[in-house]
Ligand binder design. Sequence first.
Ligand SMILES: N[C@@H](CCC(=O)N[C@@H](CS)C(=O)NCC(=O)O)C(=O)O
Length: 94
Amino acid sequence: MLHAVADKPLNDEIVTVEQWQADGIKQKQPLGQIPTYTCDEGVVVMSNSIARYVAKKFGMMVSVVLMYHTTLKELSVILSLLSRWFSVMSLLVR
Ligand SMILES: N[C@@H](CCC(=O)N[C@@H](CS)C(=O)NCC(=O)O)C(=O)O
């Protein structure tokens, strides 16, 4: 997804369960698991690490952090509204 947002081509190799079981692909992975991200600089493992690495690589870390903060802000507004709603409801139920 980050490649698409950055408008950079990605050779996304999909591995089927049959290939995984038959072709010894597991043994070729650094941690015996996928996803792995291979680029000129080397191989990155673990999905969150890959996402952070790609975001940094394409200079998108600031927007990822801003999105995270925006989400937190929206979440705190929702929680505060919910808390007020519960307060009103508890007064009505008495
Ligand atoms: N913590 C890893 C989990 C990776 C993972 O669970 N990969 C699964 C596929 S989604 C896998 O490789 N399973 C096959 C196996 O472990 O043999 C990540 O975030 O990338």
